[in-house]
Ligand binder design. Structure first.
Ligand code: SF4
Length: 343
């Protein structure tokens, strides 16, 4: 079929496509920044203001390309390991947390540290310590190689076994089936985690659950919001980076909950026009490490192509906030003429 230039322009910009489908956008809420990411980013910004550049950060402070690039421009040097930080310099630990070994290495190198580990990740570290002290075997459900998992497992490596894929369940080896607990990474798919737990229970019927949910409020809220709109969507765009666990899970959840198609993008320009062919309703959401400015750029991009009608789908209102790390608060308090801000 050929179209005149006028017809193709109309197809690209009209709120109704040639098949009579209404072009509309469903915008998930909650989406984007969670309290732990907000705290970690503000921590680095305040460290820059208070101590001046360079500020070293071990690993990406949060898993988002835009955030990392913006902070790099402002004088942050991201490193993989503490041995890349000059002796005596300041290093910030990322929101994903670090193992005790990393703290020790930093101490050996006389580094000044600010720990921006999300308090909800710290909570899981404490659970590992408690169950290890009580001589439990700990089955940690999470993604192999993810920084959070490395930090959490590092609290008691001799007691923790990682369960990632379904086949890992068969490899689990416990000393006493009455003293086994499962814990998890904070950013997993809620449904997939329960599948893995049920598989584990097939082998260890008395497997104990965490004292409280390890998958954090922000992860489950963002998944619930996507589930609420996915069945109505021909396409769900998730704004987030490829190394962001919670963002990747949102794509999976969207597809499982009925979206016809779903893609993960860092920036609006990555949204391909071919994805929009034959599409009426586009769902938009973002991972917990994504500033909303990137979502608005996607909405602008869609509006230019005729998707001007935007409805927010709200499934929860989040009010969680975390205080800044103690080490930083102390210096901010002792430096009354220095920068003020969120404490
Ligand atoms: S996703 Fe959850 S655990 Fe991770 S930083 Fe945000 S609030 Fe903390």
């Amino acid at each position: 079929m050929t179209t005149t230039p006028e017809a193709s322009d109309r197809a690209a910009t009209d709120p109704v496509d040639d098949a009579g489908r209404t072009k509309r956008v469903l915008l998930a809420k909650p989406r984007g920044y969670c309290a732990g990411v907000d705290r970690a980013v503000i921590t680095v910004e305040k460290a820059l203001e208070t101590y001046g550049p360079p500020v070293y950060v071990r690993k990406e402070i949060v898993h988002n390309r835009h955030v990392v690039d913006t902070l790099t421009e402002r004088g942050v040097i991201f490193v993989d390991e503490t041995d890349e930080v000059p002796e005596g310099a300041l290093v910030v630990f990322s929101a994903h947390g670090v193992s005790p070994k990393v703290h020790e290495e930093a101490q050996e190198r006389n580094l000044r540290t600010i720990d921006a580990t999300c308090p909800l990740v710290t909570k899981v570290h404490k659970e590992v310590n408690r169950f290890a002290r009580d001589d439990y075997d700990i089955l940690l459900i999470g993604h192999e190689g993810h920084e959070e998992v490395e930090g959490t497992a590092g609290e008691a490596p001799e007691r923790v076994q990682l369960v990632d894929k379904p086949e890992d369940v068969d490899k689990v080896n416990v000393r006493d089936p009455n003293k086994v607990v499962w814990l998890s990474q904070t950013t997993l798919s809620v449904d997939e985690t329960m599948e893995r737990v049920n598989q584990l229970k097939g082998r260890i019927p008395d497997l104990q659950a965490p004292p409280s949910d390890d998958i954090c409020y922000a992860t489950s809220n963002r998944q619930d919001a996507v589930k609420a709109m996915a069945a109505e969507c021909d396409l769900v765009i998730v704004v987030g980076s490829q190394n962001s666990s919670n963002s990747k899970r949102l794509v999976e959840v969207a597809l499982q909950a009925g979206a016809t198609d779903s893609h993960l993008i860092d920036y609006a320009e990555q949204l391909e026009d071919s994805w929009l062919e034959g599409v009426g309703t586009v769902g938009v959401t973002s991972g917990a490490s994504v500033p909303d400015v990137l979502v608005f750029q996607v909405l602008d991009h869609l509006a230019e192509r005729g998707w001007t009608d935007v409805d927010e789908v709200t499934t929860a209102n989040e009010k969680v906030t975390f205080a800044l790390p103690r080490e930083l608060r102390k210096d901010l308090d002792e430096n009354p003429n220095g920068p003020k801000g969120v404490r």
